[in-house]
Design a protein around this ligand. Structure first.
Ligand code: OAD
Length: 249
């Protein structure tokens, strides 16, 4: 079993409240590409401004709709990995664990995590581009020459229920996440480059309020220096080993 510094194990065992921020890296071992990995990341081949902004959708709704459709398929075929399951186990040992994710793939929920705070939406949901009401697939009006289904209430185009660049995060969810970080004894940043505010700043907020910070990432990030402890490697390997080391029984 991997050796972890005794201080981390003690901090975990004693923690009353743990806040965890996850990013695309935790789903990489499930076969879902990250955004910024140099070879395989979505943004190494495509530009976010062409696919993940309200302006991109206005310019070319079908391109955006089809790209999210492709990603929805990828997610549907994927399964949670050992990293997702380790966080379910961790929650069994901690009085209050708040799981905050930038991911839109539902893999935490499919692994069994409950009350997941989704900061960037969910790729499984579709909403009206005008009224922002979620519309179930059975109610979509079929696509016309534009190539994107329409809202049955107002006939506006439908879009993925994802927070795009330039859009505001869901306020209640973000405030809940921030409050959990302010109160946390330990904060984790797992599989995220920490480059997209305001989500990226949540672990920093936790540390500023006294939390012990742990980063789990295959690589160094520009926020690495903020954390007391950086565990380098794949989250699907590190997290199960860490949970086992902290709570052996
Ligand atoms: P990024 O692609 O920016 O970062 C992924 C991070 O995961 C990198 O730091 C990798 O080193 C790390 N990583 C890769 N494989 C890993 C593994 N097996 N175990 C641990 N770490 C690993 O993804 P995010 O930080 O999630 O926004 O990106 C933030 C936001 O930018 C996303 O939510 C998305 C994107 O544009 C929206 O879609 C709104």
């Amino acid at each position: 079993m991997a050796k972890f510094p005794e201080e981390i194990l003690q901090r975990l065992r004693q923690a009353e409240r743990i806040a965890i921020l996850t990013g695309a890296g935790i789903s990489a071992e499930s076969g879902i590409p990250t955004f910024r990995d140099a070879q395989t990341g979505f943004w190494s081949r495509m530009k976010p401004e062409d696919l993940a902004t309200p302006e991109a959708f206005e310019r070319n709704p079908k391109l955006v709709w089809d790209w999210y459709g492709y990603r929805r398929e990828l997610v549907a075929q994927a399964s949670p990995n050992a990293g997702h399951y380790a966080l379910v186990k961790m929650a069994e040992h901690v009085p209050q664990l708040t799981l905050i994710t930038q991911n839109v793939d539902s893999l935490h929920q499919r692994a069994g995590s409950t009350n997941v705070l989704e900061l960037h939406g969910n790729i499984g949901r579709v909403k009206c581009s005008k009224e922002h009401v979620v519309i179930e697939e059975s109610a979509w009006l079929p696509a016309d020459e534009i190539g994107v289904p329409r809202c049955p209430r107002c006939r506006a185009l439908l879009r993925p229920d994802i927070v795009w660049f330039g859009e505001v995060l869901p306020t209640k969810t973000f405030n809940h996440a921030k409050a959990a970080c302010i109160q946390a004894d330990v904060v984790f940043s797992i599989g995220t480059s920490g480059l997209v505010p305001p989500a990226a700043m949540l672990p920093v907020t936790a540390i500023e309020h006294g939390a012990y910070g742990i980063e789990v990432n295959t690589d160094q990030t520009y926020l690495s220096d903020t954390f007391e402890c950086c565990l380098r490697g794949a989250s699907g390997i590190i997290l199960p080993a860490l949970v086992k080391a902290a709570w052996p029984l």
